[in-house]
Ligand binder design. Structure first.
Ligand code: ADP
Length: 223
């Protein structure tokens, strides 16, 4: 039994688009898995099923052995709290400082101001941005903005991190830095990581690469 399992999962959107066709895979706790595939292959749909933004049309998605279809709607925020999310376009709020952006993720789940004050500098240290806590996102490079996004994803101590093309808009040097950081979160902190990418350079350190092709999962390729 994996930490995350997809069993014969299909997803057809209401307009009739078949996004995933009978895919099955399992991811163990502490694995670093890359999901690769052309645009439209169904990668984002996999993430939306994991966060319960969408439900499968057929099959079963489970996290820690728990079938997400059984999850009551009011429990969905708890599921999402356990998943750190990193996006290609960062999704930082430009009118808030780096520290405030990270703090917001804790405020949203009702953490105390005292805890927030302790935790925010700590996660910013992990990503090497402790000294830029009072800067605004627009004063940072793309690589630094992505590191803020990573700090924000970590602040509520998730065991799982999902990253959607996190290096898609970054240059080679920043890509290397971000990949080093993600690698450290996996090997050093034991986070389970699923990363979507179409960059083969980024995928070289993965434990497993799953290749999605038009909603169908090709056999597991090892790097
Ligand atoms: P990827 O992330 O690999 O680019 P997606 O999971 O976003 O792929 O999309 C898979 C397929 O499902 C595509 O054909 C896409 O157009 C379609 N699709 C995605 N989201 C929706 C939606 N909300 N409604 C209808 N079709 C969608």
């Amino acid at each position: 039994m994996g930490y995350i399992t997809f069993e014969n999962v299909s997803k057809t959107y209401p307009n009739g688009t078949l996004a995933l066709h009978d895919i099955s895979f399992s991811i163990g706790e502490g694995e670093f898995v890359f999901l690769i595939g052309e645009s439209g292959a169904g990668k984002s749909t996999v993430f939306r099923l994991l966060t319960r933004e969408e439900n499968p049309t057929a099959g079963r998605v489970s996290v820690e052995g728990f079938d997400l279809a059984q999850l009551e709607d009011r429990r969905i925020p708890y599921l999402r709290r356990k998943i750190g999310m990193i996006f290609q376009d960062f999704r930082l709020i430009d009118t808030l400082t780096v520290g405030e952006n990270v703090a917001l993720a804790m405020e949203m789940i009702g953490e105390s101001p005292k805890k927030i004050k302790q935790r925010v500098p700590l996660v910013l240290s992990i990503v090497g941005l402790r000294r830029k806590m009072s800067h605004y996102p627009t004063q940072l490079s793309g690589g630094e903005q992505q590191r803020v996004c990573i700090a924000r994803s970590l602040v509520n101590k998730p065991r799982l991190i999902i990253a959607d093309e996190p290096t898609g808009d970054l240059d080679r040097v920043s890509t290397e830095e971000i990949m080093e950081l993600m690698d450290g979160l996996n090997t050093g902190s034991g986070k389970t990581i699923i990363m979507v990418t179409h960059d083969p350079r980024a995928a070289r350190k993965a434990h497993h690469i799953r290749n999605l092709d038009k909603g169908v999962l090709n056999s597991d390729a090892h790097p």
